[in-house]
Design a protein around this ligand. Structure first.
Ligand SMILES: [Zn+2]
Length: 106
């Protein structure tokens, strides 16, 4: 076997692995997995990083925008960003904080 054929084989293996079905399919499962495997002491950098990862994953879980009638009608993200009027809203993420937005028909 020469180097080229070995590299070719590695490439094929990588493709195979990428095509393999993932076990963790949704952010909720990833969050649960991280939380249940979080080191309880020591590993401060790892724990801080995992907490950051949980925060990022939580934003991937679509949340319904809320209405704030005190200011004016329309939909707002939980971060306080005005998203717009529902009928002309066509976004999947808050442009301010990155929260996934769930637009349901009422
Ligand atoms: Zn936001």
């Amino acid at each position: 076997m020469n180097v080229d054929s070995i590299l070719q084989e590695i490439g094929a293996m990588k493709t195979k692995m990428n095509k393999k079905e993932k076990i963790v399919k949704i952010p909720e499962e990833a969050i649960e997995t991280i939380k249940s495997n979080m080191p309880t002491s020591g590993y401060q950098m790892l724990r801080e990083s995992l907490i950051m990862a949980i925060g990022a994953l939580e934003k991937q879980i679509p949340k319904k925008p809320h209405r704030n009638y005190k200011k004016f009608s329309g939909l707002w993200c939980k971060c306080g960003w005005y998203l717009g009027q529902k009928q002309c809203l066509d976004i999947k993420y808050c442009p301010n904080c990155g929260q996934a937005i769930l637009l349901e028909d009422e």
